[in-house]
Design a protein around this ligand. Structure first.
Ligand SMILES: Cc1cc2nc3c(=O)[nH]c(=O)nc-3n(C[C@H](O)[C@H](O)[C@H](O)COP(=O)(O)O)c2cc1C
Length: 147
């Protein structure tokens, strides 16, 4: 199995988890920036794609949705989602569904399991998250999936 980590982050919380995933899976990580051109990307060589995003108003980041929409995703790949959030209600479920639907439009399937942990935002709440425990959990989760 050849994995890759593809993620969007606005405040680096998701990036911390993405780097932990890449370390645990011993694979490349690719950050989706505003000017990212999906057509430059070759996904052919990968068969497990970890997709990462923060949550904004119950939505995954638009950079991730654009990537799914515009990239040539090939076929026969296993997609898994990871997210960081502030713990806001059911926004994780909403964001998961959005990513799942975006993949379905491209005839792709999103695994029903996802990894999620808190990420700090403005002010004191969630300060320091993801923390060392979150990062250790993230690595453990990936190792489980790769078994
Ligand atoms: C404008 C804005 C909207 C947000 N909306 C939500 C939300 O709907 N649900 C939630 O749980 N967290 C929400 N958050 C918190 C972020 O998802 C959280 O801080 C996340 O870790 C950010 O990831 P990033 O640092 O990778 O960009 C929001 C944060 C901001 C700044």
């Amino acid at each position: 199995m050849k994995p890759v980590v593809i993620y969007s982050t606005h405040r680096n919380n998701t990036e911390k988890v993405a780097l932990a995933f890449a370390q645990a899976a011993n694979c490349k990580s690719i950050k989706l920036t505003k000017n990212f051109d999906p057509s430059t990307m070759l996904l052919n060589e990968y068969d497990l794609v970890f997709l990462g995003t923060g949550i904004r108003g119950g939505e995954p980041y638009v950079e991730l949705l654009n990537f799914i929409k515009e990239a040539d995703l090939g076929n026969g790949k296993w997609f898994m989602l990871f997210m960081t959030w502030a713990g806001g209600g059911a926004s994780d479920k909403l964001a998961y569904e959005r990513v799942k639907k975006a993949l379905e439009v491209k005839d792709q399937h999103l695994d029903m399991e996802y990894f999620i942990c808190l990420g700090q935002t403005f002010g004191l709440t969630r300060r320091g998250r993801p923390n060392d425990v979150d990062i250790a959990e993230a690595k453990k989760w990936v190792a489980e999936k790769l078994k």
